[in-house]
Structures are given as C-alpha cells and as structure tokens.
Design a protein around this ligand. Structure first.
Ligand SMILES: [Zn+2]
Length: 57
C-alpha cells in the first residue's frame, strides 16, 4: 500500500472515532514505489510491524 493512501486511511479511521482494529490485513508500505520496510493495516492504515525482524521504538 502506498504511504499516502495509508495516511489517508488513518485520517478517515480517526474521523470514524478510531474504532478498535485487529490489523489482520497488512500490506507492505511503499513510498514513491520503494518499500519502506514497514507494513500498514489495509483496514485502518495503522503502521504495522510484521515484515520487520525488529522495529526500533
Ligand atoms: Zn488496523
């Protein structure tokens, strides 16, 4: 999923009142066609973690 599309989803999700989401459907995140190394939830746009061994917090 495109980074900007995910950002849009996140905004829309927030406008819906930020309901709970299990983030069960995730896609690799791309920015300008390149993988960012992160994944995003296709439902709410939340930045997920599944494709990374570890994520620096
Ligand atoms: Zn989600």
């Amino acid at each position: 999923m495109d980074y900007y599309q995910a950002a849009k989803l996140r905004k829309e999700w927030k406008e819906k009142g930020n309901p709970p989401c299990s983030h069960s459907d995730r896609e690799k995140e791309r920015l300008n066609g390149s993988l960012t190394g992160d994944a995003v939830c296709t439902t709410c746009g939340h930045e997920a973690w599944i494709y990374k061994e570890k994520k620096a917090e």
